[in-house]
Design a protein around this ligand. Structure first.
Ligand SMILES: [Zn+2]
Ligand SMILES: [Zn+2]
Length: 431
């Protein structure tokens, strides 16, 4: 029998409307008691002045395995997750080969079991090979444990294929997650379109490329009576389309990534490929609209879009470097900087967006501290000043624009299924 007592923490569990100082007792990987618990003879973690919250969930990461293990593996990515306070991640299927069948989904779960760090949930591809033409075998992937479907890296260009995908996934109560981008409009763009792109001589991606597909998909989801989740939204126009859709009762949810809440296209002036992402960094006006969307509930989740790349690739010139950056190791501090330090939202809302909201969208049995729930718990120091050092990241890659940033909050303990995976605070062993 393994017992662990977390004492005197500030417990925040939005799913149960809990916001109080108290103790959490864990036994055999399950939360057994919440409130006032006697510590005699037990392993005790003193959580005074710390937040005790359900294990954080990142519903959008790239773990690169199978195929690009020199960039990241399921083991290294899940180590980065627990270092950052995440107990669960959902990994995208744009691997080599694509995660578009039951055997590959099964491979992800076996690797995650072997790594034994964070819970890893596989997202299957919507179409075979992410080619956008023929639906993948979603039913078989559901049987293998796929929690959702996405062709991330690409949006599904054909409205007809997307409509079928929404209907088919809906039969299994699984959500379609879309990387909204119209390829014909985006062309070979590599940053936000507009004046700055012209000055820098770089091809741009117009906000309309995202907004057009988002608007289309909202209509398709309505037609299919299916759930739609919009990945990494970036523009003020997208926030407005979502706000209207939700007002009209659409079953649409959305996420935003830390870089789109903190960085603007101005970063591209340096021609540093760590400012090259897809969808691209936009403007301060878009950041304000995204923060407003977070505040009023238009945006449901925070997701890192952790996208590892080799140093040699990210050192190519801006136009030719791959899209994407990593942030799993430091994402929590980034969200706090973007949303709490700017007084956009409070801690319970932040935790809701990182726990119960993604859990409900993915239909996974996580995201709460309910008695009887699996003991996935994150302890956060909300006043921990630290400097980001990418060389200390557990991720295998280093493509990160936040190196050297000062952040004001950090996960200090990550507990997955009752097992302590990260421990930066004192811990007293019971007798
Ligand atoms: Zn994407
Ligand atoms: Zn992605």
């Amino acid at each position: 029998m393994i017992e662990l007592l977390i004492k005197n923490g500030h417990i925040v569990d939005p799913a149960n409307n809990i916001d109080m100082v108290g103790d959490v007792l864990v036994r055999d990987g399950v939360i057994r008691e919440l409130g006032k618990v006697n510590g005699d003879g037990r392993d005790v973690i003193d959580a005074s002045n710390l937040l005790v919250v359900p294990g954080l969930i990142d519903m959008h990461v790239h773990l690169r395995e199978p195929g690009d293990e020199e960039e990241e593996t399921i083991a290294s990515g899940s180590a980065a997750a627990v270092a950052g306070g995440f107990t669960s991640v959902a990994c995208m299927p744009n691997t080599e080969p694509t995660i578009d069948n039951e055997a590959t989904v099964d491979f992800v779960y076996r690797r995650a079991d072997r790594a034994d760090k964070a819970n890893v949930f596989a997202v299957g591809a919507i179409t075979k090979g992410r080619q956008g033409k023929e639906l993948a075998e979603m039913g078989q992937m559901v049987r293998g444990g796929a929690v959702a479907f996405s062709d991330d890296g690409e949006g599904v260009q054909s409205a007809s294929v997307m409509l079928h995908a929404l209907k088919y996934a809906g039969m299994f109560d699984k959500v379609i997650m879309q990387h909204c981008q119209d390829n014909a409009l985006a062309g070979d763009g590599c940053m936000n379109s507009g004046y700055l792109a012209t000055v820098l001589g770089l091809p741009g991606i117009a906000p309309l490329a995202e907004e057009l597909m988002l608007y289309r998909d909202v209509q398709l989801a309505k037609q299919a009576s299916a759930r739609l989740h919009v990945q990494h939204i970036t523009t003020a126009g997208s926030v407005e389309i979502l706000r209207q859709a939700k007002r009209q009762g659409s079953k649409v949810t959305a996420e935003v990534a830390p870089h789109h809440l903190l960085l603007t296209e101005e970063g591209c002036r340096s021609y540093d490929p760590n400012y090259k992402m897809n969808p691209p960094l936009r403007t301060q006006k878009d950041i304000e609209a995204l923060r407003q969307g977070v505040a009023d509930g238009t945006i449901d989740c925070l997701a890192s879009d952790h996208a590892p790349h080799l140093r040699s690739e990210k050192e190519l010139e801006f136009l030719h470097a791959p899209f994407g950056i990593i942030s799993l190791d430091c994402a929590l501090g980034l969200y706090v900087k973007a949303l709490i330090e700017t007084q956009t939202i409070d801690w319970p809302r932040l935790i809701e967006m990182m726990t119960i909201n993604p859990a409900e969208i993915l239909r996974i049995d996580r995201g709460t501290l309910s008695v009887g729930a699996r003991a996935d718990i994150t302890i956060i120091d909300p006043h921990h000043s630290w400097r980001v050092c990418v060389d200390e990241f557990k991720s295998k890659s280093r493509n990160c624009p936040y190196d050297g940033w000062e952040l004001g909050a950090r996960a200090v303990c990550t507990i997955v299924n009752g097992v302590v995976q990260l421990q930066l605070i004192p811990h007293k062993c019971g007798s």
